[in-house]
Design a protein around this ligand. Structure first.
Ligand SMILES: Cc1ncc(COP(=O)(O)O)c(C=O)c1O
Length: 369
């Protein structure tokens, strides 16, 4: 076993790019100027100041926003109240494994829609709608987890129109939007929606830190009011202390400053990963992610391998990742997700070299012990 494992597995940044000084200062200020809000129960909607700040960033009314303990809690709330057993739900393939888990727990009938290099093909949703009963489509528009791709502007418009025409809910799960390595940004589907069919989820997990557990939903005011009431019944209010700190961090300009640091570091990691893959595993196919945390590697061509067998071998050599089947309803056996967020650029080439060695061993039939 190699000395120190290099992990491309976790969808979380290494600690060196977490803004601990900025958050500490924001916490001090929050407890000076906003301590009553921070230390009290709130409503199901969360911190009013942060709701307003988010509403302004999205160009919506504060009544259209609710804050949750991470966007995953927002998704769970939404699925619990909008999806009933037997409802058909379109999911991208591959997609975020926790989304699959929650929808399976809700008893949804999942319809897989393959991803292309510019995101989901709207024709597959159209075909599912023609068969009837589509209640919701879950789409990760920017720097996809796990696929790394970004939905084109043209496809965004088509999806919004399809949702309006067919009456399904378009759940725009968008935690990576601000983790962008260039200036080009397509509009959100929330921006394009004129029919109240889009519910948008986002989060400060990637733009500040996953530990703050502050995410949010934006959607039609009546829908949000219902979710906020359910949230209040279930857990009274989300974490007001965390929200007060996040609010202070954001309104003082800390968010934009932090994004510069985080995006520069992640871009460097992405570049190192792409370069190392070209060098050590030139046969691998992938979309170069323009932001976010993830790169999806396909080893379908010549020398095709089983990614679970590869993972067992890779662990022996001191490198890890997540095997493709975890993100699929079926298949994905020769794909894998590499997260560059936790790996400092200086470790990336060594990690990929180990992966390439594991790949050679699997192809040669060397058993993992
Ligand atoms: C697509 C997607 N949605 C939601 C989440 C959950 O994020 P949060 O930390 O805001 O709960 C993640 C986290 O990795 C994600 O990748």
């Amino acid at each position: 076993m190699a000395e120190r494992t290099i992990s491309f597995a976790r969808g979380a940044p290494s600690a060196d790019i977490l803004p601990h000084e900025g958050v500490r200062e924001a916490a001090t200020r929050a407890l000076e100027s906003d301590w009553e809000n921070a230390l009290s129960y709130g409503t199901g909607r969360g911190h009013p100041g942060l709701c307003e700040w988010i509403a302004e960033r999205h160009g919506v009314q504060p009544e259209q926003v609710m804050i949750t303990n991470g966007s995953m809690e927002g998704a769970a709330l939404l699925f619990r109240h909008l999806v009933s057993a037997g409802d058909r739900v379109v999911v991208e393939q591959p997609t975020y494994d926790r989304t699959l888990l929650l929808l399976q727990q809700a008893g949804a009938e999942l319809v897989g829609a393959p991803l292309e290099s510019d995101g989901i093909d709207p024709a597959t949703i159209e075909a599912a709608c023609a068969e009837g009963g589509v209640r919701l489509a879950h789409v990760i528009p920017n720097f996809h987890n796990p696929a790394g791709c970004t939905l084109s502007a043209e496809k965004r418009s088509r999806l919004v129109k399809l949702a309006a025409d067919n009456g399904f809910i378009l759940f725009e799960d968008d935690p990576y939007r601000l983790i962008s390595f260039d200036d080009a940004q397509a509009p959100t589907m929330l921006d394009l929606d004129g029919a109240d069919r889009v519910i948008h989820a986002s989060s400060f997990s990637k733009s500040i830190s996953p530990g703050v557990r502050v995410g949010y939903l934006v959607g039609p005011a009546d829908q949000i009011a219902t979710f906020a009431k359910r949230a209040n019944e279930q857990y009274i209010s989300p974490n007001m202390l965390a929200e007060s700190i996040v609010f202070e961090f954001c309104r003082s300009g800390g968010l934009d400053e932090n994004l510069k640091v985080v995006n520069a570091a992640l871009r460097e990691r992405r570049d190192a990963l792409v370069e190392a893959l070209h060098k050590y595993i030139p046969e691998a196919e992938f979309v170069v992610p323009a932001g976010g945390y993830f790169l999806w590697l396909d080893l379908n061509g010549e020398g095709k391998v089983d990614s679970k067998a590869l993972l067992a071998q890779a662990r022996m050599l001191g490198v890890t990742f997540v095997a493709g089947p975890d993100f699929m309803l079926e298949g994905g056996s020769s794909s894998l997700r590499l997260s560059f967020a936790p790996v400092p650029a200086s470790d990336v080439a060594e990690g990929v070299a180990r992966l390439a060695q594991a790949l050679d061993q699997v192809r040669e039939g060397v058993p993992a012990r």
